[in-house]
Design a protein around this ligand. Sequence first.
Ligand code: SF4
Length: 326
Amino acid sequence: MRVRASIGTLALLNIIKAEQVELPTTAYVLLHSDDGCMAECAFCPQSRVSRASKSLVSRVSWPEVDLELLVERIKYSSVLKRICIQSVIKDNSFDDLLRIITSLRDEGVAKPISVSTTPIDYSSLNQLKDVGVDALGIGFDAATPEVFKKVKKPYSWEEYIKFLNESIEVFGPKKVYVHLIYGLGESEVEFLKSIEYFKGLGVNISLFAFTPIKGTSYEHVVRPNILSYRKLQILKYLMDLGVDISNYYTVKGVKVIIDKSLVEEVINNLNHYCGGFITSGCPGCNRPFYNESVTGPHYNYPSRIFLQRNIEKLVGELRELFNERE
Ligand code: SF4
């Protein structure tokens, strides 16, 4: 059986030779389909309607690989801590998903497995739990029902919410990860309200920044403002830490203005807050350069070490947030 795996995963496992600045500690695996995904998400190269290479997810290349070889290499890797399997909509996608998981377990791979999927039925959710899936990712991607419709996500917002509630029931909220992409057309305030809504349900948020990919219908849409993204990262991180953020920002039209003292606090204690700027996802998720080129701007830093190397740039961006108040 053929699957795809991110180029960093394949380089780490010595299946291909590729220069990588940062190597992941999670194996990223994607269901394979020659035609891509049957959905029509406007920003996604996997969509069957995009002209982009089907080896791309966001800006990262995912070459094809034989499942048996991949499982064999994962089995003997001491570096990998988790396996993340992402689905696409295609015939028999759930069967493929189960086959990948079963192959891993049959070979004795006991590492935790995350699955990221579009809505599936309740019994399939239970099946995933039964075969040992440890965390469930849900690609809402769009933060509001309006944007959801505009970017042509499959199913409906309501179906996704129903699926989210069922996932919470089956896995528990702490094991559910909602993927949100900032920059698909919503305002800062709308995006923040969406984060607050999902956090209120007790689930985790994996935060991404929109990246235009050639060949998709959003190829000419501009990337989001990095300062807007920094604000959302800071407030989301505070929420992750269990802080009530209501006293730390004000709303000015469609903009979120972060309290000056909070910005100062973040700059002065970057060691404590740097987790907010690092790739967010399941435990240990460090998919490198999903949103950005190696040279930046770095919306999500893949690791603390990489962030430290680029800390002056980050501090410069954070200082710019002071000007917003004028
Ligand atoms: S459902 Fe997921 S993989 Fe399929 S086109 Fe949309 S974003 Fe891409």
